[in-house]
Write a protein that binds this ligand. Structure first.
Ligand SMILES: Cc1ncc(COP(=O)(O)O)c(C=O)c1O
Length: 383
């Protein structure tokens, strides 16, 4: 990722900076690897719903994965074809479902029997039928952080395995639904490929099980979750898409004519984004040195929320000697810490700091706590 530091001095901090060239290369790499097997990618807007980035993705032919009515609307506004939109989420409101029905989206990924009944009723009232997927909780451990694991029995997501046959049979009785897909998503920031191998085995088993009760579908959606390298953003700026899709291809048994879908978010957008912030103060105390920056947990909440690691760099032209600092924000919360014990070149008031790999679950999660302004986005091809 390249930082045009001379241009940064004119921009008020903190802000998000996106390297558009890296973004395009990453998205293209994902598409090319998926296309080798004829798979479809629905980009997960929850990772980053920035309009410029979305327009680039829709122009490249990505589908969309949305988890709210506002995301469905944003996807459509940014050029995604409604027929390529999957709508997941454990708590869809009636108005959000109606929006999806009106646009004839690809699938409502339904997470309970009651939700299926509601979608059926709303479609009936509109004199139409809605395409649905059953989101199945496969009870596969993604071996990731507990807060971003979604596919275990204890998680709130999806239809549990013991309910599956009954729910699948039920869908067939609902006259305003068309069951087109089974959907899975086991978690996010999955660093190893082994959980995807396990997921494929479970999908194969469940396809057999469903066929025995007379249920087959045209589409299988294995969700997102491919992780990125937060420690080495420059060495591994493009995630291991080739290995990921090859793993799916090796282990999943699709039935004749079945289409495979996945919903990558983080892996498409994480490495091209950085949060750029300025050092306000340096506090050198007996036990600790602190760099107090002008970005806080309101701009990037992942470290405070999940203890997530982001590489931190002082991008002001370097001084040689290094010091160890805790890099902290200005918010009145003790958890407003970006990283502890970071070795940085001796840092001074006014230095620019880059918090790396912040393109996913960064800008979208920003809040106005402490009545702060939301961070703005700048792009490498516009600054
Ligand atoms: C249903 C669903 N699909 C896709 C994703 C995207 O996951 P990731 O950003 O890890 O690829 C998520 C994120 O948790 C999700 O909940």
């Amino acid at each position: 990722m390249f930082f045009p530091i001379d241009k940064f001095h004119a921009i008020p901090t903190p802000f998000y900076f996106y390297d558009v060239e890296l973004f395009r290369r990453t998205a293209q790499a994902a598409l090319s690897e998926a296309q080798k097997y004829g798979y479809t990618i629905h980009y997960a807007l929850k990772a980053n719903a920035n309009e410029k980035l979305l327009r680039l993705l829709s122009g490249m032919g990505f589908g969309a994965d949305c988890v709210s009515g506002a995301e469905v609307q944003r996807a459509i506004d940014c050029g995604f074809a409604p027929q390529g939109i999957a709508f997941a989420g454990v708590g869809k409101r009636d108005d959000e479902i109606c929006l999806g029905i009106d646009h004839r989206i690809f699938s409502f990924n339904c997470e309970s029997e009651q939700e299926l009944e509601v979608v059926n009723e709303l479609a009936k009232a509109k004199g139409t039928a809605a395409q649905v997927a059953l989101r199945i909780n496969p009870n596969v451990d993604a071996h990731t952080h507990a807060h971003i694991t979604t596919g275990l029995d204890e998680n709130k997501f999806g239809i549990n395995l013991w309910q599956l046959n009954d729910v699948a049979k039920k869908v067939q009785q609902l006259s305003h639904l068309k069951l087109v897909c089974i959907h899975f998503h086991i978690g996010s920031q999955i660093a190893e490929l082994e959980p995807f191998v396990e997921l494929c085995a479970k999908v194969n088993e469940l396809q057999e099980q469903l066929a025995q009760v007379g249920v087959t579908v045209e589409h299988v959606n294995v969700g997102g979750g491919l992780g990125v390298d937060y420690e080495n953003p420059d060495e591994n700026s493009i995630p291991q898409f080739a290995a990921y899709f090859a793993t799916l291809n090796r282990h999943i048994k699709l039935r004749k004519g079945q289409q495979l879908h996945c919903e990558l978010g983080r892996s498409i957008v994480a490495q091209c984004g950085a949060l750029i912030t300025k050092c306000l103060y340096v506090k050198e105390l007996q036990k600790k040195n602190f760099v107090v920056v002008d970005a806080g947990m309101t701009d990037l909440i992942r470290p405070a929320l999940y203890g997530a690691y982001h590489k931190i760099e002082n991008i002001t032209p370097q001084r040689n000697s290094k010091k160890v600092y805790d890099v902290v924000g200005p918010i009145c919360e003790s958890s407003d810490v970006f990283s502890k014990d970071v070795a940085l070149p001796q840092t001074q008031r006014g230095d620019l700091i880059a918090i790396r790999t912040a393109g996913a679950y960064g800008e979208v999660m920003a809040s106005r706590y402490n009545l702060r302004q939301l961070p703005k986005a700048y792009f490498s091809d516009e600054v």
